[in-house]
Write a protein that binds this ligand. Sequence first.
Ligand SMILES: C[S@@+](CC[C@H](N)C(=O)[O-])C[C@H]1O[C@@H](n2cnc3c(N)ncnc32)[C@H](O)[C@@H]1O
Length: 235
Amino acid sequence: MSNGWPESAAAWIADMGERGDYGRAFVLDAPMLARVRGRGFATALDVGCGEGRFCRMLRSCGLRPIGIDPTEELLREARRRDPDGDYRLGRAEALDFLDESFDLVVSYVTLVDILDVRAATLEMARVLRPGGALLIANLTSFSTAGPSWKYDAGGRPYFTIDRYLEERVEWVSWRGIRIHNWHRPLGSYMALLLDAGLELRHFAEPAPQGGDPAKADRYRRVPYFLIMEWQKPGR
Ligand SMILES: C[S@@+](CC[C@H](N)C(=O)[O-])C[C@H]1O[C@@H](n2cnc3c(N)ncnc32)[C@H](O)[C@@H]1O
């Protein structure tokens, strides 16, 4: 069964535009790039690169990223926007690269999309060189444990979560996009990353920086994203 990405690609590309959506432009991009710049990284793999926006950003920071994604429709757009970039068909669960190939591996809001996240975590750790970094942005697990925002009798919004410890996949839809999203407790992700032999170097729940005040207020009430940096031990 499709995970919805091929059918949603056109709407996703339209929604991203040049700057990315609110969460990318006003919450994630700045702290993600801050963890890349000035670190001496040269080679990078963007796992689930989509239409290539973060690869283009990495290239503008002087890195030589390879973007992989299983959705041909998104890769086509990545190549169209960045003809000199390197975008390849691939899945996180079986990365077609030698061990220890990359200084930096990025998963920019893709863990929630990946079916076999255990295999993907092991693969991302495998292709990292010792001392290299796995930089992850993901949805917070309480935000994937919705039914999320509701309204009380006075019309005031409040946020609900349910079945937090129960891993599950659900269809989520917005602005013409309809895709599978996995909910997994944060502890499941942490256990997999630790089992892959990685060491946690950074953890943040970034606050919004500007943009639509109503959206910023919601993000502050319930942070939608987290950022983690894991390091492969050695050298
Ligand atoms: C939410 S989008 C994020 C795209 C991009 N990283 C960004 O932030 O704009 C999730 C991406 O994960 C990709 N994806 C889905 N399953 C995947 C898998 N098993 N391995 C790698 N990427 C996958 C989708 O095709 C989609 O491009």
